[in-house]
Design a protein around this ligand. Structure first.
Ligand code: PLP
Length: 343
C-alpha cells in the first residue's frame, strides 16, 4: 500500500539532484569558515532574502533560539504571537537558555494586529522587563499556514522601529508565503531584522535551516550557534542539498498550495467535516471532524489503516500538510479514505 503522509512537509525526501550535489560537494571545516559549499549557501540565502549575512544551522529550532539569544539580554521581554512555534514547540529554549520572558499577544490565525502589539508595550520603568524583540511567524503553523499580508508586516515593522524593538521572523515557511503572495521573498524579509527559514520542509532538503540578518549582528548569532553546539565541520555535504533546494524547489511550492486547496475544497463537501476553505492559503489544512461525532484521534487512526497519515491536532481538528512527495492522485485517494472513515 502506498502511504500518503500528510503529517508534515518535514517528511519530504531529498531529490535525486540533491543526492547528486551532496556526493559532489566541495567541503572544508566550517568552524574555520572553510567549507566552500556552506559559504556559498550562506551568501545565496542572504542575497535572496536581501540581508547582508547568512548562517547555516542544523534546525529551525536552533535558528530561532540563537536569533532570540543574539537579539536580547537575560531578563528582557520578547513579544510573541500566543500560538507561535517559538513559544509552543521549541521546548522553552528562549526562557531556559536565553533567560528572556515571553509576552504573548493573540493574533487572527496567528497574524498579529499592530494595535494589539501596541497595547502590551511598556514604558521604561524599573519595575518592568525591557521589551526588546518582536517575533513574527510567516507562514503561521498553528494558524493553518496563514500568510501575513505585506501591509500588516509593514505596520508591525514601523511600530517596532518606533518603539526600539528588533524584529525576528520565524520564516520556517517564508517561501510558501512568497509563492502564495506572488512576490520575491525579499519583499517579506525586509520587514524583519533577522529571518530563520527551513530548507528541510517544503523545500525538501534532508537537514538544515538558515538564519539571515545584518553583518553587524551575525557574529553574535554565529557565537550562539557555537555555544548551542550547532557549528559543524564538513557540513557542506548537507548544505549542497540546500543550494539545490533554493535553485529548484521554490517555484514548485505552488503545486503544494493547489493540492491543499483542492483537498480542502473536496473534504469540506463531506458531511462531518468542517474546513474554512478560504483560510487555506498555502500547504496546511485544519479539518474539524467533530460534526461527524468522531474524535480527531479516531479519524486519524481510521485514516492510518487506509494508508493516509495525518496529525490529530488540538480541539478536534486534524492537520493535513501537502508537499512534494504527495500528488493530485494521492489527494483523491485521501478524499476517498476520509469519506469512508467519516461515514
Ligand atoms: C518546523 C518549524 C520550526 C522549527 O524547525 P525544526 O527544523 O523542526 O527545528 C520553526 N518554526 C516553524 C513555524 C516551524 O514550522
Amino acid at each position: 500500500m502506498r502511504i500518503i503522509d500528510l503529517r508534515s512537509d518535514t517528511v519530504t525526501h531529498p531529490t535525486a539532484a540533491m543526492r547528486e550535489a551532496m556526493a559532489q560537494a566541495p567541503v572544508g571545516d566550517d568552524v574555520y569558515g572553510e567549507d566552500p559549499t556552506i559559504n556559498e549557501l550562506e551568501e545565496r540565502a542572504a542575497a535572496l532574502l536581501g540581508k547582508e549575512k547568512g548562517l547555516f544551522v542544523p534546525s529551525g529550532t536552533m535558528g530561532n533560539c540563537l536569533a532570540v539569544l543574539a537579539h536580547t539580554q537575560r531578563g528582557d521581554e520578547v513579544i510573541l504571537e500566543a500560538e507561535s512555534h517559538i513559544y509552543f514547540y521549541e521546548a522553552g529554549g528562549m526562557s531556559a537558555l536565553g533567560g528572556v520572558q515571553p509576552r504573548l499577544v493573540k493574533g487572527q490565525r496567528g497574524i498579529l494586529d499592530p494595535a494589539d502589539v501596541e497595547k502590551v508595550l511598556r514604558p521604561a520603568d524599573m519595575h518592568f522587563p525591557p521589551t526588546r524583540l518582536l517575533c513574527l511567524e510567516n507562514t503561521h503553523n498553528r494558524g493553518g499556514g496563514a500568510v501575513t499580508p505585506l501591509d500588516t508586516l509593514e505596520r508591525l515593522k514601523a511600530l517596532a522601529e518606533r518603539e526600539g524593538l528588533t524584529v525576528h521572523m520565524d520564516g520556517a515557511r517564508i517561501f510558501n508565503a512568497a509563492v502564495s503572495l506572488g512576490v520575491p521573498v525579499q519583499d517579506i524579509a525586509r520587514h524583519a531584522d533577522s529571518v530563520m527559514f527551513c530548507l528541510s520542509k517544503g523545500l525538501a532538503a534532508p537537514v538544515g535551516s538558515m538564519v539571515v540578518g545584518s553583518a553587524e549582528w551575525m557574529p553574535a548569532a554565529r557565537r550562539y550557534r557555537k555555544m548551542l553546539g550547532g557549528a559543524m565541520r564538513q557540513a557542506g555535504i548537507v548544505a549542497a542539498a540546500g543550494l539545490v533546494a533554493l535553485d529548484s524547489m521554490v517555484d514548485r511550492l505552488a503545486e503544494d498550495h493547489e493540492n491543499a486547496a483542492f483537498l480542502a475544497r473536496e473534504l469540506s463537501r463531506l458531511d462531518g467535516v468542517r474546513i474554512d476553505v478560504e483560510a487555506v492559503e498555502t500547504n496546511i489544512i485544519f479539518a474539524d471532524v467533530s460534526p461527524s461525532g468522531k474524535t480527531a484521534a479516531d479519524v486519524a487512526s481510521g485514516l492510518r489503516e487506509c494508508g493516509v497519515l495525518c496529525n490529530a491536532a488540538v480541539e478536534g481538528r486534524l492537520r493535513l500538510v501537502t508537499h512534494k512527495d504527495v500528488n493530485r492522485k494521492d489527494m483523491e485517494t485521501a478524499i476517498q479514505a476520509f469519506a469512508s472513515v467519516i461515514a
